[in-house]
Design a binder for this molecule. Structure first.
Ligand SMILES: Cc1cc2nc3c(=O)[nH]c(=O)nc-3n(C[C@H](O)[C@H](O)[C@H](O)COP(=O)(O)OP(=O)(O)OC[C@H]3O[C@@H](n4cnc5c(N)ncnc54)[C@H](O)[C@@H]3O)c2cc1C
Length: 307
């Protein structure tokens, strides 16, 4: 077998798992299809990860990457398209058809932004529609943008954008927010920010790029048009669970997150699911890192007991 442990996903969970496996002197590899750091790399300021009073997402991603490299865990920048198990061997197929094998497998593929699924969203993606303020915010200097959502991400990224844009609308379908009150208070203080509540986006319109969004007020039924240059969508995350499709025994919650206890063990011997992909109440860097530590430790224990 090529490796003791293959780790799919180079976010906080996957990186931490890699560190734990390497420190136990087992041979690991991390496969990452995009940028190191996962969602952290697209976050603005992180101020709730213990030990880092305030750090940018890109800096924290870089530190995590350096930590993994210090323990010589190789990172393969490629996409995993299929995984399966025969006897006690895990097979991991990459997008270029190469196949890696291992004794244990940790899947830490996280989650990706949920779409509004309205007309114009796909058409104007990259032309005014965005899911990443840190990536695209600079294109909207002194422009008018809408942020959709009522959770932490909508507010932290709204705070980031309000420093750049001339006007920011926060659009939320309810009156109450899921976001932590500290973020809500901070955004309320911003002079250039207006909240539009009990409202949903029905359509995104424009010619070459976004020019307006159509809103429906859920209380009054009123339909209105709002002129914006951009719309940033933060309405939750969907689990990246597709590569697990061959493992029929796995259990999922109603939103498609994998059910495993805090040890990250699954119904499949030797397969561990860590981070945002696991069904849990709180999806944060801290909880992803905790899962990664468990997954790395449990994978090593599994190999010690079975090989
Ligand atoms: C905008 C935003 C702001 C946030 N702010 C904070 C904050 O301030 N504090 C906080 O604690 N948390 C914050 N979070 C949440 C936090 O980033 C996540 O909980 C955490 O990153 C989850 O880590 P993870 O390793 O489980 O998954 P992810 O970070 O999602 O990483 C998964 C990785 O797997 C890779 N991957 C997926 N599928 C494949 C495949 N098939 N093959 C290879 N690689 C694959 C992805 O490219 C990704 O890099 C924020 C999230 C967002 C989106």
């Amino acid at each position: 077998m090529n490796y003791d442990v293959i780790i799919v996903g180079g976010g906080p969970a996957g990186f931490t798992a890699g560190i734990y496996v390497a420190r136990a002197m087992y041979k690991a590899i991390i496969v990452e299809k995009s940028v190191p750091g996962g969602q952290v790399a697209i976050s603005d300021i992180v101020d709730n990860y213990t030990g880092f009073i305030e750090i940018t997402g890109s800096e924290l991603s870089q530190k995590m990457l350096e930590h993994v490299m210090k323990f010589d865990v190789p990172i393969e920048y490629s996409e995993v398209v299929e995984i399966w198990k025969e006897d006690k061997t895990f097979y991991v197929k990459l997008i270029d058809d190469r196949i890696l094998t291992s004794k244990a497998l940790i899947v830490a593929t996280g989650a990706s932004p949920r779409k509004l699924n309205v007309k114009g969203e796909a058409e104007f993606y990259g032309r005014g529609v965005s899911y990443c303020a840190v990536c695209d915010g600079a294109f909207f200097k002194n422009k008018v943008v809408a942020v959709v959502g009522g959770g932490d991400s909508a507010f932290t990224e709204g705070l980031y954008l309000s420093n750049i844009v001339s006007k920011l609308y926060l659009i939320h379908r309810r009156e109450q927010f899921r976001a932590q009150p500290i973020y809500v208070e901070r955004l309320k203080q911003r002079q250039n920010t207006e909240f539009i509540l009990n409202s949903v986006v029905k359509e995104i319109i424009g010619e070459k790029k976004v020019s307006d969004i159509i809103l429906e007020n859920l209380k009054t039924g009123e339909i209105s048009s709002l002129r914006v240059d951009g719309i940033f969508i933060y309405i939750g995350m969907v689990p990246q669970n597709q590569i697990l499709r061959n493992f029929k025994e796995l259990k999922y919650d109603e939103n498609g997150f994998v059910i495993a206890d805090e040890t990250t063990r699954t119904e499949i011997e030797g397969l561990f699911v860590a981070g945002d992909l696991r069904s849990k109440h709180l999806r944060q860097i801290t909880t992803a890192v905790s899962d990664g530590a468990y997954a790395g430790t449990m994978a090593v224990e599994y190999i010690q007991n079975n090989f």
